[in-house]
Design a binder for this molecule. Structure first.
Ligand SMILES: Cc1cc2nc3c(=O)[nH]c(=O)nc-3n(C[C@H](O)[C@H](O)[C@H](O)COP(=O)(O)O)c2cc1C
Length: 403
């Protein structure tokens, strides 16, 4: 597959953060996809990594200064040649400068002068990130169309755990790829994505669940955001950090998920049900903890949960409905049956017996089946790439609706 980044001119702004070393991997990934990379470092960034590292990886001199005798007007020529400006890592300082139109070094001046899309990957200490002034600056930039990826929750340079860690280079590059390819394709549209497993309470300490990691749903949410859609993400319990731009709701049980999805249905243009909703829940609600003393054998009676997608399919109301099914046999027949019975527009079917597909892993092998009977087989690829194919398909389906 040819990347949307092939032959594109990407300006990579690197600022004074401990995560500056990760920019090396970003350059490597961008070049692997065929992009031309123009590194621009702030003075603070040069305290963290020597420019020679980025110069070698990009095969191009790193831009460090605004005022140089030999160059004509560097900031304007860079701003004009850019297909995108990526700032990764982005310090609290550069975000503040961009939000206020300050142009006092080469990076901030190029950012102000370019018409290319801008993607920012913040990296900083937790307290800096949650500071209301920084949050206001981020909101201000978002309002004028600047895109953000991350930061994520995890261990920070200080050793503490919190939000502020820069997103992984691969996620950043994937987001940039989507931004270049399909900028604002779904602008003004709102989609609801469900993700993760549900937990069905047995007693106060136990539950029934499944192995879903939520990765597929979160990848769909991220891809939708990169394409300009407003995303409502309703997620069961996962260890993933929701995309900062999503309207996020965390739920526990299938019943809670159903309630939230139904509440939001009226205001969305479509629903992508990637969550692995438990088919059954314990019949009885029990207080406290079931004791071992109940006997050597213990029977748990289960009741079927409502099928959220079937319910949506009955309402439909002209909205796009996308279902997912994980099967161990008769994949295509089962998927087609569900597509028909639930009145869906698209179903993403995966055979979870295949290596590299299904729960927990970062890749998937799927077949997309639309309501007109078209089949698209996708060989093993990252969940983000699968998400890209799903959104491409949604675009195809909605082409006539949104014209
Ligand atoms: C060891 C060290 C680590 C730092 N890490 C970060 C960071 O991750 N994020 C951040 O916003 N600032 C960080 N700073 C502070 C910035 O480097 C400082 O605000 C600087 O002025 C940023 O300049 P720039 O935005 O021009 O690169 C760090 C400073 C030091 C000394």
């Amino acid at each position: 597959m040819v990347s949307a980044l092939k032959d594109k001119n990407i300006l990579l702004g690197i600022t004074g953060s401990i995560a500056a070393y990760k920019a090396a991997e970003i350059i490597r990934l961008l070049r692997k996809r065929g992009a031309q990379v123009y590194p621009i470092m702030t003075r603070a960034a040069t305290y963290f990594v020597h420019p020679i590292t980025f110069q070698t990886l990009a095969s191009r001199r790193v831009v460090l200064e605004l005022f140089r005798q030999e160059d004509k007007i560097k900031h304007i020529s860079l701003a004009e040649l850019a297909d995108a400006l990526l700032i990764a890592p982005a310090s609290a300082n550069i975000i503040a400068k961009l939000a206020n139109g300050i142009a006092d070094d080469i990076l901030s001046t190029v950012a102000l002068a370019t018409k290319a899309p801008v993607l920012i990957a913040p990296a900083m200490n937790h307290q800096m990130y949650v500071n209301p002034i920084l949050q206001q600056n981020i909101d201000k930039l978002k309002r004028v169309g600047v895109k953000f990826i991350g930061p994520e929750k995890g261990q920070l340079a200080s050793g503490k755990v919190g939000i502020g860690r820069m997103s992984e280079p691969s996620r950043i590059v994937e987001c940039l790829e989507s931004l270049i390819q399909c900028r604002d394709e779904f602008k003004g549209k709102c989609f609801l994505v469900t993700a993760g497993p549900t937990r069905e309470r047995i007693d106060e300490v136990r539950f029934i669940s499944n192995y879903s990691s939520g990765k597929m749903g979160y990848a769909l949410a991220e891809e939708g955001i990169c394409r300009g859609a407003r995303i409502i993400l309703v997620s069961g319990p996962t260890s993933l950090v929701p995309p900062a731009e999503a309207e996020f709701y965390r739920v526990e049980s299938a019943e809670e998920m159903r309630k939230k999805v139904m509440e939001e249905f009226a205001r969305v243009d479509g629903v992508l049900m990637a969550a692995a909703v438990s088919d059954f829940r314990p019949e009885r609600k029990r207080e406290g903890k079931i004791k071992k003393s109940v006997g050597e054998r213990f029977t748990l009676e289960l009741r079927q949960n409502p099928d959220i997608l079937s319910e949506l399919g009955k309402r439909k109301e002209g909205k796009i409905l996308v279902g997912f099914c994980a099967e161990t046999e008769n994949l295509e027949e089962e998927a087609k049956r569900k597509l028909r019975e639930k009145n869906l527009d698209l179903i993403v079917a995966n055979d979870i017996t295949l290596e590299g597909a299904g729960f927990g892993v970062d890749t998937n092998i799927v077949v997309l089946i639309d309501r007109y009977g078209n089949l698209t087989h996708l060989s093993k690829r990252s969940k983000r790439e699968v998400a890209r194919a799903v959104w491409d398909k949604i675009k195809e389906i909605t082409k006539n609706l949104y014209r």
